[in-house]
Design a protein around this ligand. Sequence first.
Ligand code: NI
Length: 167
Amino acid sequence: MALLKILQYPDRRLHTLAEPVTEVTDAIRRLAADMAETMYTAPGVGLAATQVDRHIRMIVIDVSEKKDDLKVYINPEILERDGEVCHEEGCLSVPGIYEKVSRAEHVRIRAQNAEGQLFEQEAHSLLATCLQHEIDHLHGRVFVEYLSRLKQDRIRNKLLKQQRETM
Ligand code: NI
């Protein structure tokens, strides 16, 4: 397995629209394993392929306390959403920034697992937020884009400054 480089906001590649996965191959499974290792090492609770500059519809999530419940979602789709909840979100592509975002409290999704089998899942609360956040990445959307223009500008400037300093 290998650690992958995570794109940092405001990198334009984070706005790329991901392509569907047509066949779940060993190469896809390897990428999922590398993404999981990258997510656990960071550490984070979710990672989208977009964030590691691979523009295919795949995300990995583990919201468990013991970090022993890895879920791979290939071609995830939100079938239903209802309710509203506001969690503080962070993102491995936007380090050090945590902001409240309003999202559906409950979602039902359909996806394929790492074996290519189709499944449906109901998710609430933190997992629902996480799924919506990661699926947004596949549409080229980063969570800070839900914030006011002023906040977005502040975050962008702060991160650009950090990136210059660490270069
Ligand atoms: Ni993110």
